[in-house]
Design a protein around this ligand. Structure first.
Ligand code: SF4
Length: 308
């Protein structure tokens, strides 16, 4: 993290308002992962991307090694049965098709994209994510290669390839192969970090994976290229995430930087869509703003807020 970025704070509510007003239906809240019958590829209007993001769902079987309290995926209740692996040919075909719909403008002739204003009709990225942890799929590296090839073939060199990950598998050589492919094709890693200590990590992310592994993975990955940290804070049973949790979290960010990791941005989120656990609810923009202030006091990171 560049020292000059300390305390820089991007307030993002104007972006949200702009999207809501201009679309009339908060299109950014609509992230259906089935687009016109496709299994793997779906376009979304993304607040984070400030334009269109093409999602690639590598986990249609909804398998994840976390079980975050705020997750919106209804595991075991999906429309699709457990898949027998990622069908790479189908994924590639769908990605080519959706890019063509975007490039030809047909995408904007249908709801909800018909109301997207002109300046947001830009493809920002192709995002590897989905209904589970994408790096846990055995085809992860092959999917990276497919996405890179299709992107280049469509003349989209400047479009980013974003990996949205919970960071639990980044130490594995097979995943690092995929990261190398992303590095060569405008790749960006957005790593989840919601906690600053083991106890809160287990509470909010509901996993047996050691917290130290997540921290190490993020740090080692961030030493090789800058990473974006995605963090989501909520209210559980009516109670806001505590000040100690935020202080610990900010200190862990500081430690990643001290160990030589580069954090290009910290995205602060709360829930924007209905979570699986009804005890969980969104923080207000003021609460997110207060949390950002607490973090800024302890870690030299650039922050951006995404309200619910
Ligand atoms: S890591 Fe993502 S997909 Fe997995 S449980 Fe958490 S929010 Fe859901």
């Amino acid at each position: 993290m560049r020292a000059s970025q300390r305390g820089i704070f991007f307030y993002n509510y104007s972006m949200e308002n702009e999207l809501s007003k201009s679309t009339g239906l908060s299109a950014h809240r609509q992230h259906p992962r089935h687009f016109q019958g496709r299994e793997y590829v779906y376009p979304v209007l993304s607040r984070r991307s400030r334009g269109i993001s093409i999602g690639v769902n590598i986990c249609p079987d909804q398998v994840c090694n976390f079980n975050c309290l705020y997750c919106q995926v209804r595991r075991g209740q999906g429309e699709r049965p457990a898949a027998g692996g990622v069908e790479l040919e189908r994924l590639e075909r769908e990605l080519v098709e959706v890019i063509k719909l975007l490039q030809g403008g047909e995408l904007y002739q249908e709801e909800p994209f018909a109301v997207v204003p002109g300046h947001l009709r830009r493809l920002n990225d192709i995002a590897l994510s989905g209904d589970g942890e994408p790096t846990a799929a055995k085809e992860f590296t092959d999917v990276c290669r497919v996405c890179a090839r299709v992107k280049e073939g469509a003349g989209l060199k400047a479009v980013k390839l974003v990996l949205i990950t919970n960071a639990s598998q980044l130490h594995k050589p097979i995943v690092q192969e995929g990261l190398a492919v992303l590095d060569g094709h405008e790749g960006e890693i957005w790593a989840k970090l919601d906690a600053g200590n083991e106890a809160y990590f287990r509470f909010i992310n509901q996993t047996e994976i050691p917290y130290s592994l997540i921290l190490d993975n993020i740090t080692v990955t961030a030493k090789k290229r800058p990473v974006v940290i995605q963090s989501l804070f909520v209210r559980v049973d009516g109670k806001r995430v505590g000040e100690k949790e935020i202080a610990d979290y900010a200190d862990r960010l500081g430690e990643i930087l001290e160990r030589g990791g580069k954090i290009s941005l910290v995205q602060l989120h709360t829930v924007a869509r209905e979570p699986q656990d009804m005890r969980v609810s969104a923080l207000s923009n003021k609460e997110l703003e207060d949390i950002a202030e607490e973090i800024r006091g302890r870690a030299a990171v650039r922050l951006e807020i995404f309200g619910g």
